[in-house]
Design a protein around this ligand. Structure first.
Ligand SMILES: Nc1ncnc2c1ncn2[C@@H]1O[C@H](COP(=O)(O)OP(=O)(O)OP(=O)(O)O)[C@@H](O)[C@H]1O
Ligand SMILES: [Mg+2]
Length: 612
């Protein structure tokens, strides 16, 4: 996986990044061209205004003429109207580009997140991904949409002003323009520092958000660990960093504008002094002098604009790189082009070509390690017939979940192959396999919404009656109907208004409703009470018949009825057989079972004694 999180990018301006970003602006090329033209027009109008003033002074005021003044007023009005139209147009165009770009990148990113495999999520913190796709993309849209406007306007304005000034009086123009490079250097210096401080503010701000998040989510743990004081101290440090940086940015901004405008005024003063002299001697008209003065007082604005845009782009460059790297991360588990050609991709499946699944599974010499870890499985072999119910038992960390994750193709074997119905599953599409899978996890995840919606998530066209039947099958109906709103109860974000056991039952029903050929229960009943579990066991027997199923459970009574029990130790099958066979064998399973059985009996007896 190429994606590496959070390098600090402090590189110089890099055109390559912006070229790649502009590729994502492709649907907006026409808008961008229109923006360029509008902005050049806008700059043109801004340059024309002082010339009109000159005409008014030289042609009417100083000679005391009034005839033709109406026509002049019309001309002036036309320029004003032209400018208004330009401003209106560029506001609409830029808004469109900003929002459109942001939306497009987010859409591409969202789609990518759906395709990326588990291993990506093992490595990348969720908070970072969310920040990338929300604040970073927003910033990019803004930079592309509005930064370009300022850039084209400023460049257009500077070039046109320079041309007009030179044509009016080239000697004086050259003198006045000497301040331009000085302003440019000063502007660059300030803008860089201002932005650096703003960046610091933003970075600290996201840390503060993170702190709030942890402070709120971990409030209970904080209390039990007596961490309140330490947490508060860390928080105070963060906020004072942010305060200092904010103040620095404000002071720099406050200094910047007066300095630059003083320089502009100095140039204007020079023009006034030199030009005033020329006006007296008659070498220059009074109108021309006013033109010079307005240009020189205004030209610092486009220059500092350009400085700001470059500084902004340099800092947005980091956001651009992060976003582009993220949306261009190639999923490690991807269907080959041939497979996509035949069976379609996740968003456009070609279901008509999908083979019917039976559910035979074979591990053939599979070796597997997580990204950077040690081997979890080594030359692992296993054959499972369609319809078999397989139970996996073994110590924590022995590799049970890993085996089922591999079957589901959440991860792929590092070496060797896994065959479904005799065919390497890489030759079929991921969606084909995963739409025939039912998976109930140890930590079930529900989506915000009602219980009914959550169960229906398993098969979107299921009727209400089918939803309720599925709930009854796993014996979830009893607790569901205890809620005032029954099936229409809101489960809260991530289902956190329900107990873990309740969430497990709902995700069990959700998996069942899709009628999957392969069913995986990974500690799916670990959080329900013994009584509920017994009822689920009955359900499991009927629900799993005709499906290839895998049950992982620490509570061995759950798996007694499995066709085959596999004891997994250090990624190897060390014992296998039916419950009766393994008990007769008097090995690992026998010991585990008798210990647990004795414990349960003792608990039961203790329970009875306590009650009486
Ligand atoms: N996402 C992961 N990234 C890296 N290593 C992992 C990951 N998941 C599991 N492992 C490692 O792989 C090994 C097998 O883990 P696995 O989850 O398969 O165990 P398990 O038998 O399901 O355990 P348990 O009974 O506690 O659920 C462990 O050593 C674990 O640390
Ligand atoms: Mg596990």
């Amino acid at each position: 996986m190429q994606y590496q999180e959070e390098q600090e990018y402090n590189k110089r301006f890099d055109l390559g990044v912006w070229k790649r970003l502009i590729f994502y602006a492709k649907p907006f090329y026409r808008h961008l061209i229109a923006i360029t033209i509008t902005m050049l027009l806008c700059a043109g109008f801004d340059v024309i205004f002082p010339l009109l003033t000159r005409e008014a002074i030289d042609g009417y005021v100083s000679v005391g003429r009034t005839e033709g003044l109406g026509l002049f007023a019309l001309k002036y009005m036309a320029v004003v109207v032209g400018q208004i139209i330009c401003i209106f147009t560029f506001c609409i165009l830029s808004g469109h580009v900003e929002v459109g770009m942001t939306r497009r990148i987010r859409e591409i990113g969202f789609k990518r997140f759906q395709e990326l495999p588990f291993s990506f999520y093992d490595q990348t913190p969720v908070g970072h991904m969310i920040a990338r796709m929300t604040s970073d993309t927003g910033r990019l849209g803004e930079t592309v949409g509005w930064g370009l406007i300022d850039l084209f306007w400023s460049a257009g304005y500077i070039v046109m002003t320079a041309c007009v000034m030179i044509s009016l009086n080239w000697k004086m123009s050259l003198m006045v323009m000497l301040v331009m490079p000085v302003i440019a250097v000063i502007a660059m210096w300030f803008q860089k520092r201002i932005l650096k401080n703003y960046r610091e503010v933003r970075k600290t701000n996201s840390k503060i958000t993170g702190s709030f998040n942890e402070g709120i989510m971990g409030a209970k743990t904080t209390k039990t660990l007596v961490r309140e004081e330490a947490n508060a101290a860390e928080f105070v440090e963060l906020t004072s960093t942010m305060k200092a940086a904010s103040i620095r940015a404000a002071v720099l901004s406050a200094l910047f504008m007066p300095i630059v405008s003083t320089l502009g005024s100095l140039a204007a003063a020079y023009a006034l002094w030199k030009g005033g002299y020329d006006v007296f001697t008659g070498a220059m008209s009074f109108g021309t002098l006013t033109v010079f003065i307005s240009y020189t007082t205004q030209i610092f604005e486009p220059i500092s604009n350009i400085a700001r845009i470059f500084a902004e782009m340099q800092s947005a460059q980091a956001a651009a790189e992060r976003v582009i790297t993220m949306i261009e991360t190639e999923p490690e588990i991807a269907d080959t082009p041939e497979v996509i050609e035949k069976y379609g991709d996740s968003f456009h499946p070609k279901k008509e070509n999908w083979p019917v699944i039976r559910g035979d599974i074979e591990f053939r010499d599979v070796t597997f390690r997580y990204n950077s870890g040690e081997k979890v499985l080594s030359h692992f072999n296993l054959k499972i017939k369609a319809g078999e119910t397989i139970a996996l038992v073994g110590e924590t960390g022995s590799g049970k979940s890993t085996i089922v994750n591999l079957i589901c193709r959440f991860y792929e074997p590092t070496e060797g192959e896994i065959l479904i119905d005799g065919v390497n599953y890489k030759e079929r599409s991921q969606l084909w396999l995963q739409s025939h899978l039912g998976y109930v996890l140890q930590q079930p995840h529900l989506f915000s919404g009602t219980i009914r919606e959550n169960i229906r998530y398993g098969r979107l066209d299921a009727t209400d009656a089918e939803v309720e039947a599925a709930a009854r099958m796993v014996n979830a109906e009893e607790f569901i109907l205890k809620f005032e709103k029954g099936y229409d109860t809101d489960v809260g974000e991530g289902g956190n208004r329900l107990s873990i056991g309740q969430k497990q039952l709902i995700s069990f029903a959700r998996a069942l409703i899709a009628d999957p050929a392969i069913f995986v229960l990974d500690e799916a009943t670990s959080s329900v009470d013994t009584e509920t579990e017994q009822i689920i066991q009955e359900a499991i027997k009927t629900a799993l018949s005709g499906r290839t199923s895998f049950i992982i459970a620490h509570r061995l009574s759950t798996i007694r009825h499995a066709d085959r029990i596999l004891v997994i130790q250090h990624g190897e099958v060390t014992e296998q057989g039916s419950h009766a066979e393994l008990i007769r064998k008097k090995g690992y399973y026998y010991n585990l079972y008798t210990n647990q059985f004795r414990e349960e009996r003792e608990n039961a007896i203790l329970g009875i004694r306590q009650q009486s």
